[in-house]
Ligand binder design. Structure first.
Ligand code: ZN
Length: 83
């Protein structure tokens, strides 16, 4: 089976995303809930939600304090939340 061209990181990201549950998808962000305790690629602790910021400038209104890990995927900021 031929593999799609792309960096290994992108493939990893798609694999990560495919194991999460989509929650919200609008013009600014896409969010996914981690229902299967997937490890955060940054700190390797299970995260709660992953948020992909689709625009260059995005404001997030957080209801509570939480720890965040971030990465960049394909030019988009990706946040991993830890409650
Ligand atoms: Zn983390």
């Amino acid at each position: 089976m031929p593999y799609a061209r792309g960096s290994p990181n992108m493939d990893d990201f798609d694999e990560l995303r495919s194991s999460l549950t989509p929650r919200e998808d609008n013009e600014a962000i896409a969010s996914y809930q981690n229902t299967t305790a997937v490890a955060c690629p940054s700190c390797e602790e299970p995260f709660d939600d992953m948020v992909v910021c689709k625009q260059e400038f995005t404001s997030l209104n957080l209801d509570f304090e939480m720890d965040l890990c971030t990465t960049i995927n394909d030019g988009s900021v990706v946040l991993f939340t830890h409650k």
